[in-house]
Design a protein around this ligand. Sequence first.
Ligand code: NAI
Length: 720
Amino acid sequence: MELTHFSFDTDDGVALVLLDRAGESMNTIGPEIYEDLTAVIDRIESDPSIKAVVLGSAKPGSFLAGADIRFLETLTDPAEAAAAIRVLHALFARIEALHTVHGKPVVMAIDGACLGGGLELALTGSMRIATGSSKTQLGQPEVQLGVLPAGGGTQRLPRLVGIAAALDMILTGRSLRPYRAHKIGLVDEIVPHEVLYDVARRRALDAIGHLDDSEGSGVKEFLAPTHLQELALEQNPVGRRVLFRRAEEAMLAKTKGLYPAPKRALEAVKIGIDDGPEAGYEAEAEFFGELVTSPESKALRSIFFASRMMKHASGIAGFGEPKPVAKVGVLGGGLMGAGITSVSVLRAGATVRVKEVDEPGVQRVLAHVSKNVASQVKRRRLRPFEGEQAMNKLTGTTDWSGFANADLVIEAVFESLDLKQALLAEVEAVTAEGTVFASNTSSLPISEIAANATRPEAVLGMHYFSPVEKMPLLEVIVTEDTADWATVTAVAFGKRQGKTVIVVKDGPGFYTTRILVPYMNEAFHVLADGASVEDIDSAMTAWGFPVGPVLLSDEVGIDVGAHISQVMLHAFGERMAGPEMAARLVDDDRMGRKNGRGFYRYDDKGKRGGVDETVYQALGIGPRRVIPESEIQQRISLAMVNEAARCLEEGILQSALDGDIGAVMGLGFPPFRGGPFWWVDHVGIAEIVDRLDALTERHGMRFEPAEILRTHAESRQTFR
Ligand code: NAI
């Protein structure tokens, strides 16, 4: 970090230090921080005319976003990594000591991202003032990268905000908006960004007794660190034990013990509380060394790095500039259409016109978006007038009025080829040349939807995932005829909606649906072979998927799954054949959660209970037997991974990286495994081929390894 700004005003004794990493749009921590901060601290410590410090950032909207992940990649030796952390600890301790030892209060002035090491730096200060800007967020996201907060975060944060609030932040990696941060005592004051430095300076002056007016009275007392400590620490040892146990249980329930980072983070907090901060800092250093070099962290970092790269990349290399998208038409406001409308208005800021079949349909979409707006206003993510502005951008219709000037039309009507083709023809008739038509189909080839198009160059797929507001992936699907300008326009708009976008070639199921089908099919094969529903689902969640495949089938809809499966069987033949189960279930009126009958039981309110034991009878399959967990995991995961390899081989995927991002962000492939390709590389491609060969022998040709796996194994290449 090059600290180019270090201004000091002798008149009032307050030094202003502004972080400003040279050549970067964001402040992040790289190795230079050590030298630069040391120089600044030396100066503050030794200059008697400096009485107090305001520390902020010269980059608006970015205080300090944490470690530069490129820096993490250079740490390959646990002992060296731990040593680097000890140096950072010493540095941060010196900043803290500016007040506690040298009597020079440090006021942290925070605008924008204050994350990871950034928050840990802020925690060393005497007080924190933050702007209420929507860009301001404070958090310890380290566990998401498979490491723990190691710049003192596991020690100072619990002492400031209490153990429970700190564990919530540290173990989930969730970041807080300014108002929430203020509520838990992480931030002392929230101010408009225009006056951030004025207020910070006033507080600093007040803290050193240079301000006579009464406005700041009490601040001095507030700045005393002992007072802060008393404020936050849960005092009762019995209460603390319960608290730690609960946090651990919640964490293990979520991570299934597959993620070492939150486990270690929790341990570091506990050591600090039980044995004191010195022991806590040492635990941080040691655990960091261990975690940063672990395969889990490397895999998580690869995903994070790639998705960030994709988010910031301006488009697709060599594809030219996207067309501006100001107005969007959405066809169908059901589950998906309503979500797409919502992110188009609220995230992308577009004007949206939704078409539904009838007035109640229109009202449902408007109500959906209005509910989202209200919740964002309540959580102060939007100001009330911004909420109103957003709603003003949204209109609904049951005819084609207001579609003529749409830049992009996204259809999310029922999964019917005829319907989609008919709507495309109507859109072409009412819109001008240059309007992109995107289908959110989950399985129909885009080229078939575009078969009769008059402007096939403007037709592509924009495949969203449910729930649209939450799921981070968008799969853009291009046909042979799709023009580059249309592709980049869709990609750019997807990014505005907050999505990580992969571009794939058209084909049945594209990428994500195509690899999901063999995964689900194999789960049903295992079921047919005698495993119980519980065993299958728990085996796959233990492997790291967020929900098991059988439950997923209930969630997606058994009829929907069966329909997609048929499309895939038709396209790819035997390899995609599942056991004949779905038809029987649909005949037995089992559609899954939506009609309250599926593999699991649902009560009147739709709440899920255990497995519905009558399902085996409905399926006509006999008594259950135990199939070892590892066998279940291997069959189901390899079915998906093998198909992913085929997608790369056939050019459906542009790269293995896209395949990893798509599987992790779209389908919940375990992030700590880095995606199908990263995982195959990690296990060893030859080993994967051997496992597939063995499965082929036992279960048939559907496990025949993709050619690309064999050739890579033979030439000892890796995918990533
Ligand atoms: P849905 O049944 O909830 O919504 C479809 C909506 O389209 C209904 O509100 C219906 O009134 C409306 N509609 C039908 N014909 C119309 C027309 N001519 N003009 C205007 N609106 C019309 O279905 P859902 O789940 O939203 O799916 C929509 C599409 O998205 C399908 O192609 C589906 O395959 C795809 N998809 C679904 C996913 C899911 O998880 N449900 C995930 C990804 C894609």
